[in-house]
Design a protein around this ligand. Structure first.
Ligand SMILES: [Mg+2]
Length: 122
């Protein structure tokens, strides 16, 4: 399985990638914002799961997901959003944009693992 991790914090990307590696996934691409994420996807064709932050410069996670959902080949691509935005309105907004799974930072490795597994089996 190939993953794309999109976050403007390199520390956060490292944490997520380390967790994926520990789960046995080595094929992980990264991007620093939504625009870069779109570029990565067009370079590789597609991935199996996107893990994206919300708050990022240039293109936010929400705009990234809206852009993906408007593209024929990425309409149904599973997306897990990892964010500090914990308000109910934010979660509703993210789901309306097309997020499949949502996790609030900070998270424990176990919670993250569960979310990844849930996101992959759907
Ligand atoms: Mg951020």
């Amino acid at each position: 399985m190939r993953f794309l991790v999109v976050d403007d914090s390199s520390t956060m990307r490292r944490i997520i990638i380390n967790t994926l590696n520990k789960l046995g996934h080595q094929d992980v691409l990264e991007a620093g914002n939504g625009r870069e994420g779109i570029e990565r996807l067009s370079n590789v064709g597609s991935v199996d799961l996107i893990i994206t932050d919300w708050n990022m410069p240039e293109m936010s996670g929400i705009d990234f997901i809206r852009t993906l959902r408007a593209m024929d080949n990425h309409k149904n691509l599973p997306v897990l959003m990892v964010t500090t935005n914990a308000a109910k309105d934010d979660i509703v907004q993210a789901m309306e944009a097309g997020v499949n799974h949502y996790i609030v930072k900070p998270f424990t490795p176990d919670t993250f693992k569960d979310k990844i597994q849930a996101a992959m089996t759907k």
